[in-house]
Ligand binder design. Structure first.
Ligand code: GP9
Ligand code: MN
Length: 410
């Protein structure tokens, strides 16, 4: 009957952070282009392989954007689909499996639905088979007006590699599709080339391979470099086609690309052992919020707020001037002055401003060594509760009862 939702609603309401009036509505009525960058981790940003920049375009773009350098992925086994779930709903994914498969019929209060109510045309764009990750089913619950999948793209052996269409072609064809969309639109694009096992045609290799015992890590830098080139071409095409000025572009990494199986090679690249502390810090993924007319022309800023994918939904809605006070959400607006430096990963690890809790140990960021557990202890219960409440919503399909809970509280 939804009585369980009352407790959760109270918890969420108590944790609501109010938007900064300078940011609220800053991008009102602009198109929203959300770009999911496959397997992109933060450690490659402003970094190099044998002197060659790995992400030259993104490095420049960061200077023209709000860049969040302490932003974490919070995905589990559902990988890309988990990141989509987090961003659309500001709920945690599940500890096992993918919500996209296990609870595809749930009632949601998604970003797409919220934007539809504001008159936006909403869609997802991904040049893969529509049923991968059960997207064709789950996207109906999320409520997109349209899913541009493999069938909507011109895919040939020539413009494909590995998993499917190469990102450069994906971005080019997507801009052509965007031109036809009713305005304003919200679209979520999902790239594909920078995916394990990170294979590229020779002509697409802009930098040389790394040299370690892990072929995966060695090739990863090259496919990241290719994806960077694709994003550069995408921005140019948005400008050429007149879509750039009326849009905001938000790019984020979906999850790690290099698993713990490659710790030895990673240690060689990083020049330090991959301890549980380092491994947790490697779960950072880039978040770049680019707002033409605001952050471009060198007006960017690096924001070191400890945050995660769960924070994106309220952040985006507030930028567009949409209130989220009555939403069931676990994230906090990243531009709010009240945003808390706290993020919970799906496996229960959590990160604070000065501490990292991993492997049942409290680490100090300053020393990168274990420290007095008392620094982490007060947050254990909050981390546990967040995951538990979010799980309850999913398992009980509790958002079905949301309208009535709102009624009870009034
Ligand atoms: C597949 C793509 C990759 O369509 O989203 O999925 P992943 O393996 O990264 O979850
Ligand atoms: Mn992925």
């Amino acid at each position: 009957d939804g009585s369980e939702l009352v407790d959760i609603d109270n918890y969420v309401s108590a944790n609501y952070v109010k938007p900064d009036p300078d940011f609220f509505g800053m991008a009102k009525d602009k198109n929203v282009i959300l770009v999911t960058l496959e397997s992109l981790q933060s450690f490659v940003i402003q970094n190099d392989v044998y002197g060659e920049e790995i992400t030259p375009f993104l490095n420049d773009l960061i200077g023209d954007s709000y860049y969040f350098d302490q932003f974490y992925h919070q995905t589990g086994q559902g990988k890309t689909s988990d990141s989509e779930f987090l961003v659309e709903n500001s709920l945690y994914p599940l500890s096992r499996g993918s919500v996209f498969f296990t609870h595809a019929g749930n009632e949601l209060d998604s970003l797409a639905q919220n934007l539809s109510e504001q008159g936006y045309y909403t869609s997802a764009m991904h040049a893969n088979n529509k049923s991968f990750w059960n997207r064709d089913v789950m996207y109906q619950s999320i409520g997109y007006d349209r899913f541009y999948s493999a069938a909507d793209y011109h895919i040939t052996p020539d413009n494909s590699v590995g998993w499917g269409m190469k990102d450069i072609h994906f971005f080019e064809q997507s801009v052509d599709l965007m031109k036809e969309m009713p305005k304003p639109f919200y679209t979520k694009m999902i790239t594909l080339t920078n995916h394990h096992p990170f294979r590229l045609d020779e002509e697409d290799q802009y930098i040389s391979e790394y040299d370690s015992k892990s072929g995966t890590l060695n090739r990863y830098f090259q496919t990241v470099r290719y994806m960077d080139e694709a994003v550069k071409i995408f921005f140019q095409k948005l400008k050429d086609e007149g879509l750039y000025d009326d849009s905001i572009i938000i790019l984020y990494g979906d999850h790690y690309g290099i698993s713990e199986n490659h710790n030895e090679a990673m240690a060689q690249y990083l020049g330090e052992d991959v301890t549980p502390y380092v491994s947790t810090q490697l779960q950072r993924v880039p978040l770049i919020v680019h707002i033409p007319g605001v952050t471009d022309k060198g007006n960017g800023e690096v924001l070191s707020k400890v945050s995660g994918q769960i924070d994106l939904k309220p952040t985006i809605l507030h930028l567009l001037g949409v209130d989220t006070k009555n939403s069931i959400q676990f994230g906090e607006d990243l531009f709010s002055e009240e945003h808390n430096d706290f993020v919970v990963l799906r496996d229960g690890r959590f990160i604070l401003k000065d501490y990292v809790y991993a492997d049942h140990t409290c680490y100090a960021k300053e020393t990168r060594e274990s420290t007095d557990p008392a620094f982490c202890d007060p947050f254990k219960e909050k981390a546990r509760k967040e995951l538990e409440y979010s799980d309850k919503i999913i398992y009980g399909d509790l958002l079905r009862f949301y309208e009535s809970v709102e009624y009870i509280n009034k």
